[in-house]
Design a protein around this ligand. Sequence first.
Ligand code: NI
Length: 227
Amino acid sequence: MLVKVERLLSADEVAHCRSVLEQTEWVDGRITAGAQSALAKNNLQVPEDAPQARALGEIILRALGRNPVFNSAAVPLRVFPPLFNRYDAGMGFGAHVDNAIRFIAGPNIRVRTDISATVFLSDPADYDGGELVIQDTYGEHCVKFAAGDMALYPASSLHRVETITRGSRWASFFWVQSMVKDDGARALLYQFDQSIIATRAALGDEHAAVLGLTAAYHNLLRKWAEV
Ligand code: NI
């Protein structure tokens, strides 16, 4: 399931992220790549332990916490501390699949990467190329969202970032371990939750059908969630 989360970050938050990143050291992005993806990867990243990355990561984590679409679509258990990357002209990232397990060094926690996330920090008018291309059974999806918007997609999918031909594309990226591991089950819960929201709007919160559907949603989540 590919989900667009619009305006995860406000314009002010995007501007703040960009101003901090402008004064930050960027290093070769292969530092976080696995053996296969290192061959395909050509970009720049802020080191994981850089204080600027951690401070900006907190802003993104707070934005995730308050976002109903993210919480409905991801049913998050753990979020890997957000990282930041940048593709300048000539840079790209060939087709790869993300590592299944990520290790957070400080608290010694492993994160199973069920969902990959990209938060766009550049205006699409500021660069050419740089589309995030995600492959699934319906073919390829080309993603290039406004600054502040986020793409969520299954970490199991093959994906790539097209080579930049003009300008520079900045983004935050991270992974989510979901309480509901199976992508199909998560997609069903998301569809269910969105339909309950629509039903509440049409019938009102007091309607018996709304109560019944809400109870069924929570009982299904209770059955499937692993915490
Ligand atoms: Ni990737």
